[in-house]
Every structure is written in C-alpha cells, then in structure tokens.
Design a protein around this ligand. Structure first.
Ligand SMILES: NC(=O)CC[C@H](N)C(=O)O
Length: 383
C-alpha cells in the first residue's frame, strides 16, 4: 500500500479513537441491570441517577402520563415499567406533578425519546433502565405475578455484582412488610382554601395525588389535608361536611390505626374514599383485602356501575382488592371491573358513605368518572 494511504488510515484511526473517548467523557454512557427475584436478569442502558434501588416490579399500560405516573405517591416502594415502548416524547412539566417529586423507586422503559426525562430522573435521584424487552417482562409478570426486583445503574456492573444483587433481592422485604404511607403523607395539616366555599372536606392523606385536591377545590370545596395518623377528635374539630380517605402506597391491611379511626367515623360523618381509601373503608366495615396477581395499572380499565349498568373507562393503579364476600350485609358493591369482575367500589345501604377503587381525578385521563367529585360534595346534604 502506498505510504500516503497508510498514513491516511492511521490518522483516521487516531481521530476516531479520540472522538470516541471524547464522547464518552461528554456523555457518560451508563450500564444498567434489572434483577428479578425469580432469577431473570436484564442488561440494558442506564439513564437517570447512578444508583441501586429495590422494590416490587409492576407494569402500567398507560400510553401517556409518565410524569403523573412517576410522581404518584401510590408507586412508593415499586419499580414501574411502562408497557408502551416510547417514553418522554412531550417533555416534563411541573404542573403535571401528582406530588412534590418522583415517588416511584425506579423506571423501566423500552426507549427514552427525550433528554428531559433523563434529566427529570437525575434531578430526583431515581435510576432508569432502557433498551430491554419490556414486552417479554410484562408477559412474565402477567403469568407469574409481580416480583421483588433490583434496578442498578452504574458505569460498569460485573457478573459477580449481579449475583450479589440477586441475593439482596431475595432478602429484600415484601411490599406488605414495609410501612410506606408515613413516607408520603403530609407531616402537617394544610388547608386548601377556595374563594366561594360550598363545602369542607377533611382529607386523610395517605399519599394523595394532587389532582384529587385540585378537583375538589375547583368545585369550591375547601380541603383540609391532614396527616394519615390524625386522631378522630381532631378530624371532627374541623367540622367536615365529609371525610375523604386518599389513595396511597402499600398493603392497606398494615394501616391498623387508620382503619380504627375510620371505624369510629362511620355513622358520625359522611365518608368517601379513592383507591387505598376504598380498601381502608372496606376494612373498617370488617371486610377483607387481598393481593392481586399483577394488579390493575393503566388508563383503560372498564368498570360497570351496578345501579345504572353504565360502563366507564377508568384510570387505575392498585395491587390489592376488596374481597366481595367479606363485606357486611349493609355494604354493597357499587362498581365492578369488567376484565376480572373484581370490586371497584362500595356503598353503604343507608349511611352517606361510598368509595371507589379507580381514580376519578385521572390525569391525563380518562375523565369519564369526574362526576364522582360532585357526588362526594353532595354527601354534605345527607349529613
Ligand atoms: N393507588 C392506590 O391508592 C393504591 C392502593 C394500594 N396501595 C394498592 O396497591 O392496591
């Protein structure tokens, strides 16, 4: 080969080597692993924070709303996987937050399409993994149920380390053995005022989604947001027109004190609840809850109103459900899920008490059941 071409190829080689290491310095390329309790290991590309986290791996089928999902306090203790493959398309805005920051432990996606999502996870110190087969993983969870998992993002992760992570995952606590509500409930009482007050609600905050508060305030209902462990007397001191028990993370059966407080409130004041609130109310009535195989998480869950036979499409995020047979005679099932016929709402025969398992405040939607906030406020007339 003529010496000119040799020199040219050498120069090209040197330039590309330099360029690669330069890009490597500018954009730190991260490795990531997702290690499941059942021994399945996925190696992918890391994004978000360089960190190791543990939690229950769950999937949601919502196609939009990744900001709302990540900031939903009900996901505390869980690593969330999106089944829709492209995430990040439309950026990140604070006005979409459902709490003061990201509450999910980790994020699993097929492909991140926007740097804003990467920055968002970095800002809140949450790791993410992409470039893995989320379809396979979703099917696996559907067949075998939710699993404890570890998500780790680092510059390099050795096979030895992966073995250690598997041991750690196996020893990690089950979600039903962790107190998650105290980590997301407000520490002090916050009053959300409205200009033209028509009603006042005391909200027992077990990890409330902000759009629940917004939906009530928009309807001129003042919201007194109290910590989850607020005592019965203090709740009544605010003279509520009704009490709302919020959504929240973890196993409802762990919240013994809250259940006791609700039991005392039954028959004294109108009560309503959303998601965890529905489960807590059922427990306060003496009913039971159980853990579902993989839960309901998504924005297209069909529920039927048993009184009107109308079907609504709802947003949901729950892994536990109320056992119908356990309910006392004076409490009836009001809504059922048409996919698996599980309980989606309960109602007392005589007292002004009802609650739903789905999320009427759903953001970004669907908004089919927003009218339930008007029904909650109407409880006031049955005081
Ligand atoms: N969104 C919620 O309130 C969830 C309730 C409960 N933590 C469950 O998973 O069933």
């Amino acid at each position: 080969m003529p010496s000119f071409w040799k020199a040219f190829i050498n120069a090209l080689f040197i330039i590309t080597t330099f360029a690669q290491s330069y890009i490597g310095i500018l954009v730190k390329i991260m490795e990531a692993v997702l290690v499941l309790e059942n021994g399945i290991v996925f190696k992918g590309k890391g994004f978000g924070a360089e960190k190791e986290v543990f939690g229950e791996l769950v999937f949601t089928t919502v196609m939009t709303g990744y900001v709302e999902v990540l900031t939903d306090p009900s996901y505390k203790g869980q690593i969330v996987m999106m089944t829709y493959p492209l995430q990040g398309n439309y950026g990140v805005k604070k006005e979409w937050f459902e709490s003061d920051g990201i509450k999910a432990e980790g994020f699993v996606v097929r492909e991140v399409t926007n740097k804003a999502l990467d920055d968002f996870l970095k800002e809140y110190n949450v790791p993410g993994i992409q470039d893995i087969d989320t379809r396979f993983l979703t099917r696996n969870i559907r067949d075998k149920g939710v699993v404890k998992s570890c998500l780790k993002v680092a510059e390099k992760i050795s096979d030895e380390e992966i073995k250690d992570l598997l041991d750690k995952v196996k020893k990690y606590k089950d979600i039903s053995d962790i107190d998650l509500v105290p980590l997301v409930s407000t520490k002090e009482t916050i009053i959300h005022k409205t200009t033209n007050r028509k009603a006042r609600c005391v909200l027992i905050d077990c990890g409330v989604k902000l759009n629940i508060i917004r939906s009530l305030v928009k309807r001129n209902c003042e919201v007194v947001q109290v910590p989850y462990n607020t005592k019965y007397d203090e709740i009544l001191e605010y003279k509520p027109d009704f009490v709302l028990i919020s959504n929240g993370p973890g196993d409802p059966a762990r919240l013994k004190e809250v259940i006791k407080c609700i039991k005392n409130l039954i028959g004294v004041v109108p009560i309503t609840g959303i998601c965890l609130g529905n489960q807590l109310l059922a427990l306060a009535f003496g009913g039971e809850t159980y853990k579902m195989k993989f839960g309901h998480r998504g924005g297209n869950q069909p529920v039927k109103d048993l009184k009107t036979d109308k079907v609504y499409i709802t947003s949901q995020n729950h892994g536990f459900a109320v056992r119908e047979e356990s309910l006392p005679d004076d409490v009836k099932v009001s809504f059922i899920n048409l996919n698996d016929m599980t309980v989606e709402g309960i109602k007392h025969n005589d007292l002004p008490i009802f609650s739903v398992q789905f999320h009427p405040e759903a953001r970004p939607g669907p908004h089919d059941t927003m009218f339930l906030f008007d029904d909650m406020i109407k409880l006031k007339d049955r005081k």
